[in-house]
Every structure is written in structure tokens, then in C-alpha cells.
Design a binder for this molecule. Structure first.
Ligand code: M6R
Length: 608
């Protein structure tokens, strides 16, 4: 939700910042801008994606070795040139970019207006520039401390001033911000892809810290001005991972990376015939045995992974599980005991709703395990322990490989807990691990056979509505398939438990309604889903099924079948979701949609 980049060094700053912004465009893309400091501050900004704004304003042309830039996902104030970042104070000397929301901006604005400050935008961000100006008595760092103490809400900030042209200031509370350390140069960015081409040495700025970056040094302070030790880490990413590598879209690349992503996620976690997560989960066997219930908190696609996880954990580890929308969790005074365990799932590790849910659970004394794709992200740091998905960077806004990797981690946790809690014996665990190890191969087979999916996309891309049905562990896959379709193709799609259809949605069925049914054979409700299919057919609906290879019964009842290899029922979601991701992708492509940057969305939602 908004991307920020900054550079200080000996090189021309604007092209570096512009390049970084392009790598962060998945965070927001309604407007963008750059401010550079040379003989004063110069700002160029406007409405549109970076490529469009670049054409009009030649963003990279600004001179100077110090610059900040921003790509926006609007929250306060419409999508206009004035509301695009960077924003400056009255003097035009102090200039800032911001990611987050300033909750008390209205009262601060009133106060500053009464003191004579003139505002040029409707954003919450601009008040920070004026607030710093108000406190600035010649020492910008001090003024930043004072200003940030007045601010309520979340911020990641890049700040420059023509009075201190050899310093790039950064500050952070809740919203993510990293600092990159190069040879004679420094960077700030909302996320690693923006700077990984320049340096792999980064520092994750902590909450309520201010950093003063020069080309040769970084100093970090708390808001009281106490100096803190910067901790520099090495990023293990290969810069090539954030390129499309010949694919037309990141989404397609990431769908195809799934076999590798799940292999990486399994790697190192199976020792002999056992799952070993002891070093990551950091719970003793006694503590695991004592877990009374698990509450999974997550949003969007990660929430769907949680629903699959609920099924896995209840079925194989016999622990009661609830899955909560993280955004709702903290507002309903949840009942949690001292042996309740929270599992927070988040690809980005920065989702504000999930972070808030974690804080709520922590305040109630619960232990938090997070499943994240980004090491050292806010959610990972806020949790007691982290089990990483090793999916690699996910750039496409629609989550794909992170989702299937989350399912793998949930499965591993299930086997680990199930064994320790005495529900699964060694033999069962061994068989379950064998099933798991087959998945990458099976998934490659699904990915090699996409012609049928392209044909379906060709036939149905003009539809305006669709229904996705599934039961049991396949119901969350119906939800996920529907979410993928609506996110990137803007076709209305609803996911429903198949048996619930007759309680309402059946009224929607007519000859124009494609109904996608996920129905693998190996479960007790399979026959009942066949009846649901009959109900749709009787009303003229179009049936597209995702079924187990060789299932001729379902073929006779469907207009089209997409087959997946046979795996255990509990792992079938990992395979069944892949054709639905591809279907959404090819339909969106046919409709001419921007697959990687769907309208109104952003990759990481760092506002509540
Ligand atoms: O980074 P997170 O997993 O916490 O993100 C949660 C949702 O915002 C995310 O899954 C969203 O629904 C995606 N756009 C789905 O494709």
C-alpha cells in the first residue's frame, strides 16, 4: 500500500529512485512522483502508472544526488496531481514521502492552519511536512522527533530538506521500511525488490525509530533522541527472482514456480521419516500437547489457506481450530485461554489487519506462530516464532505460489503436531510424507497441460457472473478460485459450499451462468456434489469441474472437466487450485486486464 524509495550517494539519484519505484509498483499505482535535492528541492509528480507519468514529466531528469520517490495507493484524498507524493511544507524546503495513515491528521491540520500553514493537498501526509516545519529551529532531526511524537497512526517516511542536502531521513511506525547500505551510498525502500540490484545489505528499521542516512553512514534514534545500534542483515535473494524471466506476467511466472516453491518449503523440514519444526516453532512437546485450541488469523488468500489448515489440523492432529478474518478478530473480544495458540498467516508479513490481530492476541497472553513469506517482516518480528514459506518474492498482486506454500507449511505443522500429540503414528506420518513428496511432480503435470484451461477461458471470458462450488477441504479452494477471478478479471464470482447452493444462490443459475465445481473423488461428500451438479444442470447452468484424473462419472455430468492427478484428499487443494489460478489468468488476459496490477488493489495492505 504505497511504495517509497530514497537514495543518497554520488550517483544521480532520480533514475535510481525511479527504477526502484517501478519494482514497487505492485504496492500501489494510481499516481507517483519524485523529489530531488540539488540547488533546492525539485518535485515532479502526477496521476497514472509510473510509465505514464514518466512520459509526461520525465521523472528521471531531475538533477541531484539525493532523492525520494513514491508510488501511491490512495487512502486520504482522491487520485489527483496535488495529492500525489512527494509533499512539501510551506517553504518548499522540506519534502516527504509517506506510506501509512495519520489518524489524527484532521486535528493536526486545524492546529497548523491556525498557525498560518497553507496546505496544497487533501492528504493526511502533507501535515507531517508542515509539522516538521513548525518544529524546525535549525536541526531537522530534532524537528522530526517532535513532529512524530504528535502523530497517531502508521508511517514509513522518507524526508529530505534543502537545508541539509547531505542527509536522507527515514522514520517508521507499523508501515514497513528498510534501509540499504551500499559502498558510498544509502537507500530506503518499502520492500527489498526496490534496492536488491544495488545492495544486499539491509537494515529493517524498527518501530518508532528515525534513521539519518548519509552516503557513508547510518545513525538510528528513538523518538527521544537516544542512539540505537543499527543491525545490518544480508538478503539471500537473487535479483533475477524479481524479473519476469521471459514470462508475460509475474502472475504466470509465479504460478509456474509453484512446484519449486513447495519443494523449497518442504526442504530441510523432513528428517528421515519425520517432520521436524522444533527449531522454528520453538514449543516443547509438552507445550504442544497442552494446546487447547488454535485460532488462525489472516486476510484474503491467506485466510483461505487458513480454512484449508483448519481442515488439516482438525482431521489429522485433532485440535479444535477456528479461522478468523484478522480484520474482525480484534473487534469482537475473542475468548482465548492460556493454552490457545494463534497462527497468523501472511504472505507479505505486513498486512495491518493481521498485525493488529496478533497484537490483540498477544495482549491476551497467547503464543503466536506466524507463517510468512518475508523474513524479518513486521508480522514475523511480532510473532513468538515463524515458519517461513520459501516461495521467493511474489510480485503479482494476485497471490499464487505463496498460497500453495502456505498450504504446505500448514500440512507440515499438522503432521508435526499430530505426531507429538499422539494422534498420528510413525507409519501414518511416513505415508503422509510420501504423499507430500509427490506433489511437485504432480503439479508440474498440471502446469504442462494448460490447453483445456485456455479453451475454457476462450469460451467464457465474456461472462459477467460465475459460481465456484466445493465441499469440505475443497470449499476454500472454491473461494480462492472465485477470489482470483474477481481480482484480476473483474468478473463477479462467488465461492460457496456446494450444499449451500440450494439455500439461495441456486436462484442465480441460468444458461449464462458458468459454475466451477471442485470435486476430487476421494471423499465422503463426492456423491453429494454430483447431486449438486445435477441441480445446476437441471436449471441450464454450465458445469466446469476440476476432478481427479480418470473420473468418467463426473465427465458425463460436466460440460468441461479439468483433470488433476490423484493425490490424498487432504493434499488435493494444493493441486486443485492451480487450474483455477490459470483459468483466472487466461480469462483476465482475454479481457485485456492488467493481470499483475489489477485496479484498486495493492500487494501489501498496510492500512486497516
Ligand atoms: O500479505 P498477506 O498474505 O497478509 O495478504 C492478505 C491479502 O491482502 C491477500 O491475500 C490478497 O487477498 C491477495 N490480493 C490475494 O490474491
Amino acid at each position: 500500500m504505497c511504495g517509497i524509495v530514497g537514495y543518497i550517494g554520488n550517483k544521480k539519484a532520480a533514475p535510481i529512485v525511479l527504477d526502484g519505484l517501478k519494482k514497487l509498483e505492485y504496492r500501489g499505482y494510481d499516481s507517483c512522483g519524485i523529489a530531488s535535492c540539488c540547488t533546492g528541492i525539485q518535485i515532479k509528480k502526477g496521476v497514472g502508472k509510473i510509465e505514464e507519468v514518466e512520459k509526461i514529466h520525465t521523472l528521471a531528469d531531475i538533477e541531484g544526488n539525493l532523492a525520494i520517490g513514491h508510488t501511491r495507493w490512495a487512502t486520504h484524498g482522491g487520485v489527483t496531481d496535488e495529492n500525489a507524493h512527494p509533499h512539501s511544507d510551506c517553504s518548499g524546503k522540506i519534502c516527504i514521502v509517506h506510506n501509512g495513515i495519520i489518524e489524527n491528521y484532521e486535528s493536526l491540520k486545524q492546529d497548523l492552519t491556525s498557525k498560518g500553514h497553507k496546505f496544497k493537498s487533501d492528504t493526511d501526509t502533507e501535515i507531517i511536512a508542515h509539522l516538521i516545519e513548525e518544529y524546525n529551529k535549525g536541526d531537522l532531526k530534532e524537528a522530526i522527533f517532535q513532529a512524530l511524537k504528535k502523530v497517531e497512526g502508521a508511517y514509513a517516511l522518507g524526508i529530505i530538506s534543502s537545508d541539509e542536502p547531505d542527509k536522507l531521513f527515514a522514520a517508521r511506525k507499523e508501515s514497513p521500511l528498510i534501509i540499504g547500505v551500499g559502498e558510498g551510498e544509502g537507500f530506503i525502500a518499502s520492500d527489498v525488490p526496490a534496492i536488491v540490484n544495488h545492495t544486499k545489505k539491509v537494515m529493517y528499521l524498527q518501530n518508532e525509530r528515525v534513521a539519518v542516512i548519509t552516503k557513508d553512514d547510518i545513525e538510528v534514534f528513538d523518538l527521544e533522541g537516544n542512539k540505537k545500534k543499527p543491525i545490518i542483515r544480508e538478503i539471500l535473494w537473487d535479483a533475477a527472482l524479481i524479473e519476469k524471466q521471459g514470462y508475460d506476467h509475474f502472475m504466470l511466472k509465479e504460478i509456474n514456480e509453484q512446484p519449486k516453491a513447495i519443494e523449497e518449503t518442504i526442504n530441510g523440514r523432513i528428517k528421515g521419516d519425520k517432520v521436524d519444526l522444533s527449531e522454528e516453532i520453538k514449543l516443547t512437546d509438552e507445550e504442544i500437547k497442552k494446546i487447547s485450541n488454535i485460532v488462525i488469523v489472516a486476510c484474503g488468500t491467506s485466510w483461505h489457506a487458513g480454512l484449508v489448515g483448519e481442515f488439516m489440523l482438525e482431521e489429522l492432529a485433532r485440535v479444535p481450530v477456528e479461522v478468523e478474518y484478522a480484520s474482525e478478530f480484534r473487534y469482537r473480544n475473542p475468548v482465548l485461554g492460556k493454552n490457545s495458540l494463534i497462527i497468523a498467516i501472511s504472505q507479505s508479513g505486513e498486512t495491518a489487519d493481521t498485525l493488529a490481530a496478533i497484537k490483540e492476541a498477544k495482549a491476551k497472553g497467547c503464543r503466536i506462530i506466524s507463517i510468512c513469506n518475508v523474513m524479518a517482516s513486521s508480522i514475523a518480528r511480532e510473532s513468538d516464532s515463524v515458519v517461513l514459506t520459501h516461495a521467493g518474492p511474489e510480485i503479482g498482486v494476485a497471490s499464487t505460489k505463496a498460497f500453495t506454500s502456505q498450504l504446505i507449511v500448514l500440512y507440515l505443522i499438522t503432521l508435526y503436531f499430530g505426531k507429538i500429540r499422539g494422534i498420528l503414528d510413525d507409519f501414518i506420518v511416513k505415508c503422509r510424507i510420501r504423499d507430500l513428496r509427490q506433489l511437485p511432480l504432480f503439479m508440474r503435470a498440471v502446469l504442462e497441460d494448460t490447453e483445456k484451461i485456455k479453451d475454457i477461458a476462450e469460451t467464457y471470458y465474456n461472462t459477467s457472473n460465475s459460481l465456484y462450488l466445493g465441499r469440505g477441504i475443497e470449499y476454500p479452494i472454491a473461494l480462492e478460485g472465485a477470489l482470483k477471478l474477481k481480482e484480476i478479471s473483474y468478473i463477479h464470482a462467488e465461492g460457496y459450499p456446494a450444499a449451500e447452493m440450494k439455500h439461495g444462490p441456486i436462484a442465480l443459475i441460468d444458461k449464462n451462468m458458468p459454475v466451477v465445481v471442485v470435486a476430487t473423488q476421494d471423499n465422503i461428500t463426492y456423491n453429494k456434489v454430483l447431486s449438486n451438479i445435477e441441480e445446476v444442470k437441471a436449471r441450464g447452468g454450465i458445469i466446469i469441474t476440476v476432478a481427479t484424473k480418470g473420473d468418467k462419472v463426473i465427465a458425463s455430468k460436466s460440460d468441461t472437466v479439468i483433470y488433476i492427478p490423484k493425490t490424498s484428499y487432504i493434499l488435493s487443494p494444493v493441486l486443485a487450485v492451480v487450474p483455477l489460478q490459470l483459468l483466472a489468468y487466461y480469462i483476465a488476459l482475454k479481457r485485456g486486464c492488467n493481470v499483475d496490477k489489477p485496479r484498486n488493489l495493492a500487494k501489501s495492505v498496510t492500512v486497516e
